[in-house]
Ligand binder design. Sequence first.
Ligand code: ADP
Ligand code: ASP
Ligand code: MG
Length: 407
Amino acid sequence: MKILVQKFGGTSVADLDAMKHVLGKVQKGLATHDKVIVVLSARAGDTNKLLALAQQWSAAPDKAESDCLVSTGEQVSIALFTMLLKDNGISARSLLSWQIPIQTNDDFGNARILDIDRDTLYKLLESYDVLTVAGFQGVTQDKRITTLGRGGSDTSAVALAAALDSCECEIYTDVDGVYTTDPNICSAARKMDCVSYEEMLELASMGAKVLHIRSVEFAKKYKVPVRVRSTFSDDPGTLVTKEDASMEAVLVSGIAYDKDQARVTLRDLPDIPGTAAAVFGPLSEKGVLVDMIIQNTSQDGHTDITFTVSRRDLPKTLEIMQSISEKIGASEILHDVNVAKVSAIGVGMRNHSGVAARAFTALTQEGINILMISTSEIKITILIQEKYVELAVRILHDTFGLDWDIA
Ligand code: ADP
Ligand code: ASP
Ligand code: MG
């Protein structure tokens, strides 16, 4: 049985007109496959409205109840779309996560998929041509509803494709595919025909929200070919697939940016063994993810440590740092939320030196001050003032020859 998983994002299901485009894509899917599993997001804006509603009711909404509320956005989409399918003569039914089930752990708001009951899906596919599944949600072993983190419907879709035998996965969105950078901020961005799992992982983790990072992890682990396409065009889109030799020839394949950054500096810490552990241990115990870290060279036995966290984790981070400041001996705790990071990503960096220097020179020539740097085998990340982020993306895009050739 040839099965196709098609996922449609918020703008694709925003209203009846958009859903008619989705209907067309599902009909095309059924023309080439025996069965289609459709995974839907909430209608554009609905998840934000539900999150705001929870905030109106409670200063610190209970996480499990927040998931119970926020997951309803997807329920609305699947019910409405299944009506449309049936009115068009397609045999279909909707499915919430608990009806399959898509089992997750109990990390509410950021749950991980542990298991999907594929037997239920195969059984239902004997009776229906299309199953319409609510994205973004799962259920714990003791039957509580969870959500998978913002943008998590991509992960629902790829996990479903991974659970079924040799199943393809299409992610439909509001752009034609994966671009060399966000096409909404850089008009010179180019659509890529294909991108490796490794590069897509880095792009997604560095802020390119076109795919949820965990969807790429699933795709890589279970070798699911994922095609990112537009609901509103016939463009073949971008294939996310395993690396091949031709990809190595390209030095930098994409630029990503992330404005969800806050910088914290601890001043005049004693430069002795155990200081870093005393700072970062309590943060990791409280679930704060630290991103970039710099420790300055020692002066008179003292040093500064600077690190970045997500902006939503800043209040918690500052609270923890205040509580341990005496113990760790910090003279001052400083913070800055007006920062953002830009990253250049490419598997070709493995075999080439000088990429970082080119990036620094290009930014410096435009007067952009570099606040922090981190590198990995296939990525350079630079922290800068937030007001320069769009300019920095365009400069790096141009520097590494990613702009459209408009000759
Ligand atoms: P959906 O609601 O369909 O899941 P998202 O808003 O989550 O859509 O993701 C699509 C958006 O991702 C695009 O509109 C675009 O602004 C943004 N984006 C960021 N980086 C990239 C990139 N490299 N390629 C394509 N889109 C990108
Ligand atoms: N509706 C959820 C969100 O807005 C999940 C998704 O769209 O993928 O984050
Ligand atoms: Mg998305």
